[in-house]
Write a protein that binds this ligand. Structure first.
Ligand code: UD1
Ligand code: UDP
Length: 350
């Protein structure tokens, strides 16, 4: 079967790293990179480190408003779909690249398979929620990672083509954990060895695009009295400059890091404080307490299981999470057995 996969943003490279190499044992795959993420440390580093096959096409779409970015992708993808005539288009997650990949295929009546289907924050102001809902409703094969994702789809009237395969990011962690153990350049550069630190990421539009919310996050990290390590997403760097916000010395800011360095930082951290979807899950995989600076999460099982605390962006609540949150429960198996990629391949075979 000819599968055309569309990726474009950092978390999708990591998900494709788990799936592509297994998929290619029994299918032919055309890999399209939309170019949504393009800095070396947001794109190339992942292809190199994780041995992801070289994209057959790079659309070079780059940054822009939602309409311009998604529209340019649609125009360029249509030409490629018409030329390649894939049997199925495979998309991951909830970015503008996901929506463009799925919508373009749907219009050309090419079946769509969506990995990480069914996730919901129930906050339609989030661009990710709009992308997820729209993508799921034009998808024919919906690979869900959790039981709650399956229930979300059924509640929306989607009852065919749903497969609970587990989480491909769990596959990725199991594949790369060993390699990541020695990837400690950042640990060394920041003189972190033997020290306790909090690992943080911030990039969600709901936080970066609102000065009050970003200001609160910066205040909380500055005031927490702990070493904080922060690989800073370019979006957040830009808004920090625009708003004139600065971190204190306890916050060690770095450029975005590769996946293996990131996993190494996660493994050695005391707690993780984030607004990322993927990093919330990785905190769970690494058995690290997670403090989520959002008002809701799609990964509800991590909260129900007691390992993730939703604190929003109130300074006191973030500080309370950083200083006092301790998971009290044993972890349950939420994300499957690390064989999601094989299951996805087998289901596509059928
Ligand atoms: C996107 C996704 C988000 C996902 C995140 C993963 C959408 C709507 N959002 O957000 O769901 O969690 O990726 O990281 O698809 N920039 C650079 N260099 C790059 C990429 C981006 O400088 O290589 C800067 C540009 O100023 C750009 C901004 O970051 O305008 C935002 O990039 P964009 O791809 O639009 O969204 P993300 O915030 O990365
Ligand atoms: N990540 C990374 N380097 C960084 C920050 C994050 O490799 O500097 C990885 C992280 O380990 C996770 C993924 O990127 O696997 C999450 O992506 P991101 O937070 O950008 O997006 P989201 O998951 O929120 O969509």
């Amino acid at each position: 079967m000819k599968i055309l996969t569309v990726v474009g943003a950092r978390p999708q490279f990591i998900k494709a790293a788990a799936v592509s190499n297994i998929l290619r044992k029994s299918h032919s795959e055309i890999l399209v990179h939309t170019g949504q993420h393009y800095d070396e440390n947001m794109s190339k580093v992942f292809f190199e480190e994780l041995n992801i096959p070289k994209p057959d096409y790079n659309l070079g779409v780059g940054s822009g408003s939602h309409g311009k970015q998604t529209g340019t992708m649609l125009i360029k993808l249509e030409e490629i779909y018409e030329k390649e005539k894939p049997d199925v288009v495979l998309v991951y997650g909830d970015t503008n690249s996901t929506l463009a990949g799925a919508l373009c295929a749907s219009k050309l009546l090419i079946p769509v398979a969506h990995v990480e289907a069914g996730l919901r924050s129930f906050n339609m102001e989030m661009p990710e929620e709009q992308n997820r809902v729209l993508t799921d409703h034009v998808s024919n094969i919906l690979f869900v990672p959790t039981k709650s994702a399956e229930e979300n789809l059924k509640r929306e009237g989607i009852d065919k083509g749903i497969y609970n395969v587990g989480d491909v990011m769990f596959d990725a962690i199991l594949n790369f954990k060993k390699l990541a153990k020695n990837k400690n350049k950042i640990m060394k550069d920041l003189d972190l060895e033997g020290k306790e630190y909090i690992l943080t990421t911030i990039h969600r539009a709901e936080n970066t695009d609102h000065i009050d919310r970003l200001n609160n996050i910066v205040d909380a990290l500055n005031e927490c009295g702990r070493i904080v390590v922060l690989p800073l997403h370019p979006r957040t760097r830009k808004y920090m400059l625009d708003y004139g916000l600065e971190f204190n010395e306890n916050v060690k800011v770095t450029d975005p890091v590769g996946y293996l360095e990131m996993i190494n930082l996660e493994m050695n951290s005391q707690k993780i404080v984030t607004d990322s979807g993927g990093v919330q899950k990785e905190a769970f995989f690494m058995k690290k307490p997670c403090i989520t600076m959002r008002d809701e999460t799609e990964w509800v099982e991590t909260v129900e299981n007691g390992w993730n605390k939703i604190v929003g962006t109130d300074v006191k609540k973030i500080l309370d999470g950083i200083l006092n949150f301790v998971p009290l429960k044993e972890q349950k198996n939420i994300f499957g057995d690390g064989k999601a990629s094989s299951r996805i391949t087998k289901i596509l075979d059928r």
